[in-house]
Design a binder for this molecule. Structure first.
Ligand code: NDP
Ligand code: 2IT
Length: 457
């Protein structure tokens, strides 16, 4: 891996020895090693003068999930064939609350990806200020092209094993790639049926059965609120900014919508088949049409170019070659590499905010930082989603529901508080803010304090 933030020789030696251990203990898990590297490279300098963290092996313990559960998910397709997938729940860290994090259904899902996501989630959830530990789950199941009944049978089978490992004070899953309102409904229905308990065991539920208002919008809206705070910190705003968005799912469509609401222009969206470009900036009508295409009709982003004359489709390509002020990658991990970062920089990008989890490869992050591009890391930028999930848990426990105005206000305040914590811990000589360091250290402190209090567990 490339350059680190680790400065003096002794800290560098500790860090290298630590990373060798992580690599040795996690063979064949590159995404997980990458996520630990990114966090540890900023935490080692922070704990250089705090020997207690070394003596008590806090970082060693943090890089080991408390529990990884893997299970068989058998289901029957519409033709009557029995199909088998693998499901997982990674219960990463419960120091500050019940395990909390999404479920991903995608053919690429494996233990490395879920461990990276669960590790990141631990720090992200800490940043929200709410009492939530870190977890992640999923299956190597491909929802594309499956009928509603196939999705239902898969979700029911998945929950038929998962139910024994989760609970409203134990582990509270939610959505992620390939898991939205439809899947959460099927899984919640099966949990309730098996256990005979109506509790907040999942978040992202439908409004009629305990879901929080604003949860659907929270990740994308929160990402843009965070971006607005970063711009505000240097006396700028979203007004008139051109923005590249990748992906066209829950996070991407709501990020694009909030950009337009705040006076910016969202120029692009994408899926695994290519990207669409609208030089005029998407209208609300176009964004709503894309939401409907993706959520209800389960179509491909290329169809937007057939519907709207001012939208062009570029097959098998990503949006990063289009010139813009801001990039908000919102699809998946490692979707921006060093070469793509160099193109963005050459085209004058001023700010990159990670709305997906770990969308920028380490070489891209390094390039942005070296070029003085403001860089917002995922665990801070996209924390609004799990933040409103935490508020859904609170509403379920209290058996009440708050209105959209109140929840939007709470989301905005949460994103401002996360931004301000990153500024507090991410200051550099000369007044620049290293948001990556700020988010990692601010997230680490609370989890580490709790682990110190518990003794050797
Ligand atoms: P969705 O399933 O709603 O949408 C995912 C989008 O990303 C789709 O457009 C999909 O295209 C695209 N995509 C997924 N995998 C790939 C890939 N390997 N290559 C190219 N494109 C891909 O997921 P979300 O919007 O919920 O999640 C997007 C990102 O945001 C993920 O990184 C997720 O972990 C993160 N996130 C989500 C939160 C949430 O609340 N939902 C909260 C915080 C982070 P296609 O349809 O072609 O696969
Ligand atoms: O990555 C994430 O933060 C999510 N997918 C949301 C998790 C949640 O529990 O709402």
């Amino acid at each position: 891996m490339s350059k680190t933030n680790v400065s003096d020789a002794k800290t560098q030696e500790y860090f290298e020895r630590y990373m060798q251990g992580v690599e040795k203990r996690n063979p064949g898990q590159p995404e997980f090693v990458q996520a630990v590297w990114e966090v540890a490279s900023t935490i080692f300098p922070y704990i250089a003068d705090k020997p207690i963290y070394h003596e008590l092996q806090i970082l060693e313990r943090m890089a080991e999930p408390e529990r990884v559960i893997s299970f068989r998910v058998p289901w029957t397709d519409d033709a009557g064939n029995i199909r088998t997938n693998r499901g997982w729940r990674v219960q990463f860290n419960s120091a500050i609350g019940p395990y909390k994090g999404g479920i991903r259904f995608h053919p690429s899902v494996n233990e490395s990806i879920l461990k990276f996501l669960g590790f990141e989630q631990t720090f992200k959830n800490s940043l929200t200020g709410l009492p939530m530990g870190g977890g992640k789950g999923g299956a190597n199941f491909n929802p594309k092209g499956k009928s509603d009944l196939e999705i239902m049978r898969f979700c029911q089978s998945f929950m038929t094993e998962l139910y024994r490992h989760v609970g409203e004070v134990t582990d509270v899953p939610a959505g992620d790639i390939g898991v939205g309102g439809r899947e959460i409904g099927f899984m919640f229905g099966q949990y309730k049926r098996i256990t005979n308990r109506f509790v907040g065991v999942l978040t992202g539920k439908g409004a009629s059965f305990g879901g929080s208002k604003m949860r659907t919008e929270a990740t994308g809206y929160g990402a843009v609120f965070y971006t607005q705070n970063m711009l505000g910190h240097v006396g700028d705003s979203m007004e008139g900014k051109s923005v590249l968005v990748s992906g066209s799912g829950n996070v991407a469509t709501h990020a694009a919508e909030k950009v337009v609401q705040l006076g910016g222009k969202a120029l692009t969206m994408s899926d695994s088949g290519g990207f669409i470009h609208c030089a005029d900036g998407f209208t609300f009508e176009q964004i709503n049409w894309i939401k409907d295409l993706k959520e209800k009709r389960r179509g491909r982003i290329s169809e937007a170019a057939e519907e709207f004359p001012n939208i062009k489709f570029h097959a098998d390509a990503k949006p990063w070659g289009v010139a813009a002020d801001i990039a908000i990658p919102s699809a998946t991990q490692n979707e921006v590499d060093g070469a793509e970062a160099a193109v963005l920089i050459a085209n004058g990008v001023k700010l990159v905010a990670e709305a997906a989890n770990m969308p920028c490869e380490p070489a891209a992050v390094e390039a942005f930082m070296d070029a003085g591009v403001m860089f917002g890391p995922a665990k801070a930028v996209n924390a609004g989603g799990v933040g409103v999930s935490g508020l859904e848990m609170s509403q379920n426990s209290a058996r009440i529901s708050w209105d959209s105005v109140q929840l939007t206000q709470m989301l905005e305040t949460m994103m401002k508080n996360i931004h301000d914590s990153c500024v507090e811990f991410g200051g550099e000589p000369g007044g620049k803010i290293n948001y990556l360091k700020g988010a990692n250290v601010a997230g680490f402190v609370k989890v580490a304090e709790a682990m110190l209090a518990y003794g050797h567990v």
